[in-house]
Design a protein around this ligand. Sequence first.
Ligand code: 13P
Length: 287
Amino acid sequence: MLVNAKEMLTKAKAGKYAVGQFNINNLEWTKAVLETAQELNSPVILGVSAGAGKYMCGFKTVAAMVDAMVESLGITVPVALHLDHGTYEDCYKCIEAGFSSIMFDGSHYPIEENIAKTQELIDVCAQKGLSLEAEVGSIGGEEDGVVGMGECADPDECKMIADLGVTMLAAGIGNIHGKYPENWAGLSFETLDAIQQKTGEMPLVLHGGTGIPEDMIKKAISLGVAKINVNTECQISFAAAVRKYVEEGKDLQGKGFDPRKLLAPGTQAIKDTVKEKMELFGSVGKA
Ligand code: 13P
């Protein structure tokens, strides 16, 4: 059964570790993340972007697949199915489809409008038992064609949104989606520290988990980050493993063209990446 993300993140913040949000793209991805979480006895959040949802034939298909897979794989660790960077409209679609958690990304609205829409969605989620993530200060990089500049959020605006009663808060601290450029200045711990001081117990969310050095991840967790999103890194390891299989000509040997064989190394590579991240984030054994 799916759960919302509140309890797992409250525990993570108190216990000074972070729960990983791993974005899913298809059946293999979902299976790889769920199996790894179960093997490591870790809570997990499955992230679904609008683009990935569309690719998988809509949010309803995703929710039905995840629900059924949790049951048929005998997954007992807490699993939240979460909309990543949702528009106002997509939030309602996911609530209807059976997601257990949503992110409303109102960071591009003026703060007043972000607050009004976030408040409305908090009320709907509270009625239905879902958790809600809000965002202040856009996260840089490109995701589904939306390019952000990687701002640092204003700690006072973070407090305003946190006080509305969101479950978790994503705040820009110089992080970006995708690979970090050579000249990246690193995370702004000064901003993170100021945000945590204003928002207290609120679990903070670090987007753009791909390529952030380990010491920065650990420091971010020590300053209140309780959820870390990873997407690109699983895609890179999946692609590298499938490339190797094909370049070694394995698809031309015997029945190596069978998709179940062709995608197996990629699926294993996702599992390895997820394991590495769960160990780094400290969520192993915390289910
Ligand atoms: P990366 O693709 O950089 O890992 O970011 C993932 C993310 O933040 C999803 O919201």
